[in-house]
Design a protein around this ligand. Structure first.
Ligand code: NAD
Ligand SMILES: O=C(O)C(=O)C[C@@H](O)[C@H](O)[C@H](O)COP(=O)(O)O
Ligand code: ZN
Length: 359
């Protein structure tokens, strides 16, 4: 079994890549007296009973199933989890297990972070995207005015990632996760990006071996950054490459109307274009855009949207402040920097981008 260690200021844990091992769960979970298994409808119907039986060997398991998709990262589902946990008499000796993609992980993790001021939780990721979301301890829910606006840093006690689960994912969900794989490569590893670009089949329809390689690479890059900056005081913000626009697109279009990865892909293209315009970077935007297109990502979405309607969402980004919008740009592949724009500057650049893309 492959293993990646995450060592943050608040805690250390392992990401296990391979079949879920009961021994490893037991070890990290410190003998919980009760387990609340949280999953979504789709994932529970595929893997819920199997995981419930497995965890049942550690402690009695209660199950709560939420709706599938981004809409579940809501106050309503969060409240439902807390009510359920209270009704089932969970206490500080209990543990939450999140079985699903980034939505279940973020939601269940936030419930774990806040229930009785914090109880342990483990992540059992089932999407490719969750190689990112299950690691690093960002948990939370959405607000209509902004993505992930309510949340907490709460590290999992362990992450148990069985790539076998990914076999039932749709092509669109593989692509969404691939956007975060590409993000990790773009901010930290030029050779990894070259490898991805050299084989479009590996990106469009990866085989098991290719998936396992990408997952491990992505997790290692993320673990490296999070281990140095758990609470995003500095370099962790690089993991937000493509997200200032990406999150604005998700909130503007309505949560669940576009996958997180497709929105981030559009955000990464805009950030790459900006990097060329304001930093003079040589990222070959046109080639990058063609590659994204060949991988079936949507064409840049900005030209289709009303700047005045989605710019306010960019201004509310968690990295923004004092009227400035901070974006992650690239001096070159593997060399991210933070760059600050005024609203007016960004508006002008968005208009220019739109014009260039429409031509
Ligand atoms: N906390 C973080 O650091 C972090 C990082 C990246 C993304 N995120 C968040 O993650 C969320 C997106 O996560 P996601 O893309 O995993 O979405 P998701 O959890 O909604 O899963 C996508 C869809 O695939 C289905 N699904 C999940 N696993 C499946 C499987 N094995 N087989 C078949 N269907 C399956 C789900 O039911 C859902 O409909 C966003 O809310 C994003 O903001 C968080
Ligand atoms: O872990 C991080 O840090 C990230 O930024 C990873 C992102 O891929 C992820 O989408 C995260 O949820 C974004 O966080 P936010 O603080 O911008 O909401
Ligand atoms: Zn993301």
């Amino acid at each position: 079994m492959e293993q990646v260690a995450v060592k943050t200021t608040s805690s250390s844990y392992n990401v296990y890549i391979g079949p879920v091992s009961l021994g490893a769960v037991k070890e990290c979970a410190e003998n919980p007296k009760k387990i609340l298994l949280i999953s979504d409808k789709t994932v529970y119907s595929l893997y819920g009973e199997q995981v419930k039986t497995l965890l049942g060997e550690i402690a009695p398991v209660e199950c709560l199933v939420v709706e599938s998709g981004e809409e579940a990262k809501s106050f309503e589902e969060y409240y439902r989890i807390l009510t359920f946990a209270l009704e089932k008499e969970l206490d500080r000796s209990s543990m939450i297990a999140a079985l699903g993609g980034g939505v279940v992980g973020d939601l269940a993790g936030f419930a774990a972070a806040t229930f009785m001021r914090g109880i342990p939780f483990i992540q059992i990721p089932t999407t490719l995207l969750a190689h990112d979301s299950a690691v690093g301890g960002k948990t939370g829910i959405n607000h209509p005015l902004g993505k992930n606006m309510i949340g907490a840093f709460h590290q999992p006690a362990g992450v148990f990632y069985d790539p076998q689960y990914l076999q039932t994912l749709s092509g669109g969900e593989i692509r969404s996760g691939m956007a975060e794989v590409i993000k990790h490569a773009m901010i930290a590893d030029p050779l990894f990006l070259e490898w991805l670009q050299s084989d479009s089949k590996a990106v469009m329809a990866p085989d098991g071996q290719q998936l396992a390689y990408m997952i491990k690479k992505g997790i290692e890059i993320k673990a490296q950054i999070v281990s140095q900056d758990e609470k995003e005081k500095g370099i962790r913000a690089y993991l937000n490459f493509g997200h200032t626009l990406g999150h604005a697109i998700e909130a503007y279009m309505g949560y669940g109307r576009i996958t997180h990865g497709d929105a981030v892909a559009s955000g990464m293209l805009f950030a790459a274009w900006l990097s060329e315009k304001v930093l003079g970077a040589d990222l070959n935007y046109t080639r990058l855009k063609e590659w994204f297109h060949s991988c079936s990502f949507p064409q840049p979405l900005v030209p289709e949207m009303k700047t005045e309607e989605f710019l306010p969402f960019m201004l509310k980004d968690k990295k923004a402040g004092a009227g400035k919008i901070i974006m992650v740009l690239l001096e070159r592949i593997g060399a991210p920097v933070l760059y600050s724009f005024s609203r007016e500057e960004l508006q002008a650049l968005l208009d220019r981008y739109r014009k260039e893309e429409l031509n």
